[in-house]
Design a binder for this molecule. Structure first.
Ligand SMILES: C[S@@+](CC[C@H](N)C(=O)[O-])C[C@H]1O[C@@H](n2cnc3c(N)ncnc32)[C@H](O)[C@@H]1O
Length: 294
């Protein structure tokens, strides 16, 4: 494939609408499914959806998103590049590492392409367990995250801070075969969890997975400039905890595992394609990595 020139790649990046609006007829009816969406308070999944151009958000989410963007407009590029990293990382795991089972914790509101779209395009038999703790994600996931006929896609309403609730769920135990490798993806989630909990819960999930499994993780960093600190402050003002970690702190999540080259990098520097190349340093404030459990 011909490599795009810098300006063309930048034009394509800028024109991408990451989050495809959910058609009204596909939107779940919260009353019917009996979940409390807590639309009165901002939530990270819906702020993310708003900043990416999605439609599944409410006034407090939009207000929080606007405050964050006012603090640093680069938040949008960071989130787009994070989503692109997720796509590349899971494609790598399916294509190059032969992984056919995925556990995605902190899935977010469906945004095309979703994880299962990418991996089932490579291998239709792939099985995906999605986990999130936001009821609106649950509602949309049930409606939209539909598997290929050969594979399987299930959804667990659970919290990363309670790994046992994930590991003991029937969706997890019925879907994933723990004699075979699993890729755990924790993409743009641990910034919402303090160190004293975050390292432990990721490790406990990885501990349950067999040798040959992988961890793909991304999270926010304060290393690249002041803007992200202002954006994080806007989240905190809305009552949402945000941790900004330096590179060494992100590498700690991978301790004991074999990092895939080039190790932990800014999201756009990890196996970059046309959408990632040429993103100016300082425009993406998230570190990412992929590693194999020996
Ligand atoms: C910024 S979004 C990232 C979505 C997706 N992983 C991506 O990278 O595009 C963070 C997601 O993590 C979820 N989340 C935050 N804290 C969580 C927790 N403790 N347990 C499970 N999900 C959580 C939010 O509900 C939201 O959907």
């Amino acid at each position: 494939m011909a490599t795009m020139r810098g300006e063309e790649a930048a034009a394509e990046r800028d024109s991408v609408t990451m989050s495809e609006p959910t058609p009204d007829w596909m939107k779940p009816d919260p009353e019917q499914i009996g979940v409390d969406l807590r639309t009165d308070v901002p939530h990270s999944a819906r702020i993310y959806d708003y900043i990416l151009g999605g439609k599944d958000n409410f006034p407090p989410d939009r207000a929080a998103g606007d405050l964050s963007l006012a603090g640093w407009p680069g938040v949008r590029t960071s989130m787009q590049q994070n989503r692109y990293f997720m796509n590349r990382a899971v494609r790598y795991l399916a294509e190059k590492a032969g992984i056919r089972q995925f556990l995605d914790v902190g899935t977010g509101i469906p945004t095309a392409p979703n994880l299962h779209d990418v991996v089932q395009e490579v291998a239709p038999e792939s099985r995906v367990v999605y986990v999130d703790n936001d009821p609106i994600v649950l509602a949309h996931a049930r409606a939209l995250l539909t598997s290929s006929p050969e594979g399987r896609t299930v959804y667990v309403d659970a919290d990363l801070t309670d790994p046992e609730s994930i590991l003991s769920s029937p969706e997890f135990t019925d879907t994933l075969d723990l004699t075979q490798p699993v890729a755990l993806s924790v993409i743009a989630v641990v910034q919402f969890i303090p160190d004293e909990v975050a390292y432990d819960v990721v490790r406990r999930l990885m501990d349950r997975l067999p040798s040959g499994s992988f961890l793909a993780l991304s999270t926010a960093t304060g290393d690249i400039g002041d803007g992200i600190h202002r954006a994080a402050a806007a989240y905190r003002e809305q009552g949402i905890f945000v941790a900004l970690r330096d590179k060494a702190a992100v590498e700690t999540f991978f301790d004991g595992y074999e990092l895939v080259d080039p190790g932990v990098t800014l999201t756009n520097d990890w196996h970059p394609d046309e959408k990632a190349l040429g993103v100016p340093h300082g425009d993406s404030a998230m570190y990412a990595g992929v590693a194999r459990k020996p």
